[in-house]
Design a protein around this ligand. Structure first.
Ligand SMILES: Cc1cc2nc3c(=O)[nH]c(=O)nc-3n(C[C@H](O)[C@H](O)[C@H](O)COP(=O)(O)OP(=O)(O)OC[C@H]3O[C@@H](n4cnc5c(N)ncnc54)[C@H](O)[C@@H]3O)c2cc1C
Length: 223
């Protein structure tokens, strides 16, 4: 919405045929996502129902990287609001992210082979499976299969202007008097949990800051 309104990186705006109203190069940058995968094992069928659901024959150890170093971008491609934006997550662009995920997979395997979990699993890993063994093989498997948790943040980061920030500490877009962003796009460094909680906190902050403003005016400010 900011870019379609002429607020953003002039290069992006001009390419999309939008007149620049306000140069703010941070718009659409600093995009971060929680990365997610899992290692799945076959269970012993003789387990007591009180320990694990006997109707389910597999169990996954789920792994997530909540603070990746890679940064992606989201930008408009056209001045037609019906066109989908270009989303470039640049997952694993920073080697740290891939190395950490490889270590997580190995750690999950160690847990699966350690009591008490080892006694519940048959020892047969069905995903990714024993053919994915070396660090290089795990890395290639991750590059092919890595998933997200749909927790995209950062595209309108609350940061100092000189660090490519988009909103200030009062959620107001730099260089404007009455435009605020109140969604998880303002998170500058990813949270280590579910995003809805942070979103709820954001809304509470906005409500408390605007309690002196009549309701109909608050709506205008949020827009
Ligand atoms: C499948 C899935 C599962 C998830 N599960 C969880 C979970 O279990 N726990 C959790 O905490 N989070 C979960 N999330 C993440 C959570 O839903 C998001 O983090 C949260 O909704 C983000 O809120 P938001 O207000 O920032 O953005 P959104 O909820 O995406 O709201 C943005 C709004 O802007 C509107 N919009 C977009 N473009 C325009 C435009 N040009 N003009 C006008 N309006 C526009 C959209 O229609 C949308 O209503 C999940 C997400 C997905 C997709």
């Amino acid at each position: 919405i900011l870019e379609l309104s002429g607020i953003g990186d002039p290069e992006v705006l001009l390419k999309a045929g939008i007149d620049v109203q306000l140069s703010l190069p941070g718009v659409g940058t600093n995009v971060q996502e929680h990365l997610y995968t899992g290692v799945t094992y076959r269970k012993y069928s003789r387990l007591s129902p009180s320990i694990l659901d006997p109707t389910k024959r597999h169990m996954s150890l789920v792994l997530a990287l909540n603070n990746p170093f890679s940064r992606g971008s989201i930008h408009i491609r056209s001045n037609d609001f019906r066109m989908q934006p270009v989303i470039d997550p640049r997952i694993f662009e920073q080697p740290y992210d891939l190395i950490t995920m490889v270590e997580l997979v190995k750690f999950a395997r160690r847990i699966a082979h350690t009591e008490p979990l080892a006694g519940l699993l048959s020892g047969t890993e069905v995903y990714p499976g024993p053919q994915v063994e070396t660090d290089e093989q795990i890395a290639e498997w991750l590059k092919d299969t890595i998933s997200t948790t749909y927790h995209t943040v950062g595209s309108c980061s609350m940061l100092p202007l000189e660090d490519d920030g988009v909103v200030d500490a009062k959620l107001k877009v730099y260089g404007t008097t009455n435009i605020r962003v109140v969604d998880i796009g303002i998170i500058p460094l990813h949270v280590g949990g579910h995003t809805q909680g942070t979103l709820g906190a954001l809304r509470s902050i906005l409500r408390s800051r605007m309690s002196c403003i009549p309701c109909w005016m608050q709506l205008w400010h949020i827009v």
